[in-house]
Write a protein that binds this ligand. Structure first.
Ligand code: NAD
Length: 282
C-alpha cells in the first residue's frame, strides 16, 4: 500500500490556508510521508483560467491529488475526466484525484459542511432553515442542508438576484423540495418562523466586522451555524449564545472538508477528533 503522498492546494491567495497543516499533521500521525503544498496562482504568475494546464503539470510532476479553491472551483470542472455525483450536482469541485482512470473531481466543502453539522448540531430541527449568503460557500452549504433533509430552505443575500439565482438552481437540482429566495429586508419576518439559520457571508471576519443581520432576531429556539472560522467565535455566535441558542462554528466545516479530502486521497480514515484538536490550536 502507498505510504507517500504529494498533494497541492491550487488557487489565488492560498498561502495563509490552514489546510496544508491539517493534512500534513494527520498524515504524520498515521505514519505517512505526506507532503501538502499551496500552489498560489498569483505568486506563480499563472492566470486562473489556465487551471487545466496546472492540473496536467501537477499530475505530470507526480502529485497524487489537489484541492482547488477560489477562483477555480467551477472552471476546473471543464478539465476533468469524471465528476462524482454530489459535486456534479453542485457544479463545483474542490478536490481532484489523479487516478489510473483519469482526473476525478469531488466536493468536500459540501460533504464537510454536512459532516460537521451532523456532528456539531445533531438535534437541529431542519423544518425551516434560512441561509444568509448565496456565494460560493453558501451554495455548498445549501446543497448540504437539502441532502440532510431541510424541508424548507429560504436563501437571503444583500444581492437579491444572487439569492434568486441560487434558489432557482437549487430548485432545479432538488425538484421535490421547498426552496425560496427572499430579500434581505424580509429577515425580520422570516427568522421568527424559522427553526435555524446558517450564516455564509464574510461578516464577522476582521475585515468585515459585525453581524450580518439584526441580533435581536436571535432566540433560544433558533439554532445558528456560522461558517466564518477566522475568528472561530464570531459576534454572531456570541449573540446567539447570549440568546440561549444552540450554535455551530465554522471550524467544523473547515476541518471536515479536510477530513473528507484526506479520506478520498489516501483511502484511510483520518482521526477527525485529532484533526479538530489540531485545527483549534492553529
Ligand atoms: P462570496 O463572496 O462568494 O459570497 C458572499 C455572499 O455574501 C455574497 O453573495 C454577498 O452578496 C453576500 N453578503 C455579504 N455581506 C452580506 C450581508 N451583510 N448580508 C447578506 N448577504 C451578504 O464568499 P464565499 O466564498 O461564499 O465565502 C463567504 C465566507 O464563508 C468567507 O468569508 C469565509 O469566511 C467563509 N467560508 C468558510 C468555510 C469553512 O470551511 N468554514 C469555507 C468557505 C468559506
Amino acid at each position: 500500500t502507498e505510504t507517500s503522498y504529494l498533494v497541492g492546494l491550487i488557487g489565488t491567495g492560498v498561502r495563509p490556508s490552514l489546510t496544508p497543516a491539517m493534512h500534513m499533521t494527520e498524515g504524520r500521525a498515521l505514519g505517512l510521508d505526506y507532503v501538502y503544498r499551496p500552489i498560489d496562482l498569483t505568486a506563480a504568475g499563472v492566470s486562473p483560467d489556465r487551471i487545466g494546464d496546472v492540473l496536467s503539470w501537477a499530475r505530470t510532476l507526480g502529485f497524487d491529488a489537489v484541492n482547488v479553491t477560489h477562483p477555480c472551483k467551477q472552471i476546473v470542472m471543464d478539465h476533468l475526466d469524471d465528476v462524482e455525483e454530489v459535486a456534479a450536482t453542485l457544479g463545483a469541485v474542490n478536490t481532484v484525484l489523479f487516478t489510473d482512470d483519469g482526473d476525478i473531481g469531488y466536493n468536500t466543502d459540501t460533504t464537510g459542511f454536512a459532516h460537521g453539522f451532523t456532528e456539531g448540531l445533531p438535534d437541529a430541527d431542519l423544518a425551516d432553515v434560512v441561509l444568509v449568503g448565496a456565494g460560493g460557500a453558501g451554495t455548498a452549504v445549501a446543497d448540504a442542508l437539502l441532502r440532510l433533509g431541510a424541508a424548507h430552505l429560504t436563501v437571503v443575500d444583500l444581492d437579491v438576484d444572487r439569492a434568486g439565482a441560487l434558489a432557482h438552481d437549487l430548485a432545479t437540482r432538488h425538484p421535490l423540495l421547498r426552496i425560496d429566495a427572499a430579500a434581505f429586508d424580509k429577515l425580520p419576518a422570516l427568522l421568527p418562523e424559522s427553526t435555524g439559520v446558517v450564516h455564509a457571508t464574510p461578516t464577522g471576519m476582521s475585515e468585515h466586522p459585525g453581524i450580518a443581520f439584526d441580533a435581536s432576531l436571535l432566540r433560544r429556539d433558533l439554532w445558528v451555524a456560522d461558517i466564518v472560522y477566522r475568528p472561530l467565535d464570531t459576534p454572531l455566535l456570541q449573540a446567539a449564545r447570549a440568546a440561549g441558542a444552540a450554535t455551530l462554528d465554522g471550524g467544523h466545516m473547515a476541518v471536515y472538508q479536510a477530513v473528507d479530502a484526506f479520506a478520498l486521497i489516501t483511502g484511510l480514515r483520518p482521526d477527525a477528533d485529532r484533526m479538530t484538536r489540531h485545527f483549534r490550536q492553529l
